[in-house]
Design a protein around this ligand. Sequence first.
Ligand code: ASP
Length: 333
Amino acid sequence: MKSILLIATGGTIASRPTIAGLAPQLRAQDILDCVPALRDLCRIDALQLMNIDSTNMSPECWLAIAACVRKHYEDYDGFVITHGTDTMAYTASALSYLIQQSAKPIVLTGSQKSIYSQDTDARRNLYDAFLAAQDDELHGVLLVFDGRVITGTRARKTRTKSLNAFSSIDYPDVALLREGRILHYIREPKPEGCPVFYDQLNPRVFVLRLIPGMNPGVLYTLLDSFDALVIESFGVGGLPCYESEDFLAAVAAWARIGKPIVITTQVPHEGSDLSVYQVGARVADTPGVLQAHTMTVESVVTKLMWILPQAHELSEIAVLFYQPVSHDLLRFV
Ligand code: ASP
């Protein structure tokens, strides 16, 4: 029987109704007790790292989760992290950068309904997560939800209420879970050697969603408080040029002090391609500007947080940014 460590962090899966709304109150052991079938599946130890609504998740919490996995890595065959659904995709991406080359599965899960509600998805998701965590073929950071195994860097919450809350963006699911069994869609050799753990993140990353008519002055306002800017632009990507070149001048101001700007898109699928339109190509030519291509916004944000403490020159930042990690960056060949 495999040994799995449950790291509980809160979320709806651990919530009970309070007079002010649902709030995490159940402890790791309470959650496990709701799924007795787990006893026949694997040996489980449980640890309560925090008990928060994932709205309160932060880069500090991600470092704490990664440090916890690192501390216990040799003692277990796999890890299950219970987590609120609202920011689970960010955590999945962050952990994909903080823990690389893991031959063991590190599985995030949660639920749309509390484990005590009658029509809860919590019991199924929890059982499936342990099934994935003790699987011989799965490895690395994964998100398990509604019978799907999703690569950590490709996950996004796409439904606020339905049980199929998560999608794998522009990448196939890794596996399907049904009636206690796993069907693998993607089989990959496990990484050899030890995993690589990182212990620093720079949270000074800002995401700006462009709207028609936006004043480019906002880019200067953000310059002192942040070390990297992600602009969610329109379509395949571009910046407005109204009557002046103000946006380009503002982008150039970031580059001058060595702070990167990443252009991504607010369209949910298929990524950016700044080379298509004039409004994009002229931005792509500005030094210091990177583009997300097929990376999700969750991955872009957490990858920048991971890169900034290690690289200071824009050229070094670009090299790390375009180096694929755990299928975050997919390219046509
Ligand atoms: N607000 C909750 C959380 O993210 C939602 C959930 O878990 O489904 O913690």
